[in-house]
Design a protein around this ligand. Sequence first.
Ligand SMILES: [Fe+2]
Length: 309
Amino acid sequence: MHGAVIASLSPSTSSSSSSLYPALIPFSGCISLTRQCKTHKVTRRRRAASITAQIELKPPPYSLNSLEPHMSSQTLEYHWGRHHKNHVEGLNRQIVGTELDAVSLEDIITVSYNRGNPLPAFNNASQIWNHDFFWNSMKPDGGGHPSGVLLELIERDFGSYESMLKEFKHAALNQFGSGWVWLAYKANKLDVGNAVNPFPSEKDNKLVVAKTPNAINPLVWDYSPILAIDLWEHAYCLDHENRREEYISIFMEKLVSWDVVSSRLEIAMERAAERAREKDTKEENEHTQGDDEGEEMYLDSENEDSEAE
Ligand SMILES: [Fe+2]
């Protein structure tokens, strides 16, 4: 099914794909905000009647002014109300009438990643998922310190919370250009179906800090992300201008919802444990099947011997 989806969306085979490329061009920073707003309104009126795909623009789980003073309502209105919304409208235009219209957002991401040669739908799909994840990574009166199993794993895998914080901040500060930094639970040793695993096998079942450029997220490596920071300039330029380091510090110290991060880790570990059980069951069944086949061969041989006698 995936092969069919890829074939139908390939730039070389889709007759309509060339018209989709403009929707993939991201807005850049805060330049000409007024002009971009006017352009967006005109575009929405012209195309709204023909779009029937149903990827939704989900609101953040708090009011747009409730992260103040650490993240302004102006930033939320601009970032969620324009950038995130544009990705939703762009993806719905791209997938309407295609096989991707009937699958989950996660499946659109993994299929359209296309082994590192993204298909037209990838950037919008991934940015929608990334932003939903980002909004839910924050809460009013957030920040502070993680606790429980999350803290235990952070201390196990990074040495201390402070060491993880230092590595996360360093990665975020040094991500060249636009992109994201993630704290993720990595529970697979091997390359997955459509991407090369970026970490060595000894980091299996561990928390890792990972940088991704543009719209890419750890789902393409089959990792389980538990925290993300948006490093596109539009995420912080209204509140911090070009002071990315200031934005990163405030995000980690005043905005992160460690409760949500802990819940995501719990789900990730349950998922990994379930996969391990499925793998064990599969290997056990294969082993049993192999024994049965061996026994049949023995019986067949015995029968042949009997017939020969
Ligand atoms: Fe963003």
